[in-house]
Design a protein around this ligand. Structure first.
Ligand code: CIR
Length: 256
């Protein structure tokens, strides 16, 4: 029912881009073990997992979410805001073209997939350091013909919109109120992250399952108390690269 495109951890992950967290040593062997556990979590949530070969010279290439936005009807290749990440797009495009017609964001626009939160037929796009107004406008134009609305969302103090808010279902979101305004998602049922778990808002929804990092037990309890099914995975080494769970896969319906 679901495909998940992923990519093996680069041996150069410790040279990743960092914006809002300090650089600390990354254990590459542990990162690889954790990534394999993440792939198992995707499988247990019902995904057929596709793994691209590692890219030794592209430190952030495990974070495939940022290079494409995949919808039922088509996919949009992004132009990542960090120049170091633009060479990641081509190999994902070569794979994605077997599954969806492709469009692309063109210069001078920039867009990171981590800024794009789709809920039903609306795409909320973070106005971030990575996604510029041109990128949001191009996405809006490309998707209007397919009946999707694209809305820019102000955010602060974090890398991507999906660092601050992700979908739990079509009518509920998990949100970090310090980084994005609650009012912007006022039409949804809002669950806030536990105040002691700053980075907990990034969960990956696959059908009725939510994949989330092991490091946020109090937020996990909030989700369990609300009746959600949660699959936990330890991604501590990927978190040191400012990644989390949505960023390591492109999940899309295999039967759109
Ligand atoms: C970067 O700064 O681009 C990477 N170190 C982390 C990207 C994480 N991507 C995501 O959350 N979508």
């Amino acid at each position: 029912m679901w495909n998940a495109i992923t990519r093996a951890v680069s041996p150069s992950l410790d040279r990743c881009e960092l914006s809002h967290i300090a650089r600390t040593g990354i254990d590459i062997a542990l990162a690889r073990t954790q990534h394999r556990d993440y792939l198992r979590a995707l499988e247990s949530a019902g995904c057929r997992v596709i793994v691209l070969a590692e890219e030794a010279e592209l430190p952030d290439s495990v974070f495939v979410e940022d290079v494409a936005v995949v919808l039922d009807e088509m996919a949009v290749l992004t132009r990542p805001g960090a120049p170091s990440r633009r060479p990641e797009v081509a190999s994902v495009a070569d794979l994605l073209r077997h599954y969806r017609p492709l469009e692309a964001i063109e210069a001078p626009a920039t867009l990171d997939g981590g800024d794009v939160l789709r809920i039903d037929r609306t795409l909320y796009v973070g106005q971030s350091a990575r996604s510029n107004p041109d990128g949001i406008a191009q996405l809006r134009k490309l998707l209007a013909a397919h009946g999707y609305a694209v809305q820019g969302v102000a955010m602060r103090h974090c890398l991507h919109l999906k660092s601050a808010v992700t979908a739990l279902s079509d009518d509920s979101v998990l949100l970090q109120p310090a980084w994005v305004d609650r009012e912007r998602f006022g039409d949804f049922r809002i669950i806030e992250v536990d105040p002691g778990e700053e980075h907990a808002a990034n969960v990956l929804r696959i059908g009725d399952a939510l994949v989330m990092p092991a490091s946020f037990p109090r937020t996990r309890q909030r989700l369990l108390d609300a009746g959600f099914k949660v699959i936990v995975v330890d991604v501590s080494e990927l978190q040191k690269a400012e990644g989390a769970v949505t960023c390591c896969s492109l999940v899309f319906r295999s039967d759109p």
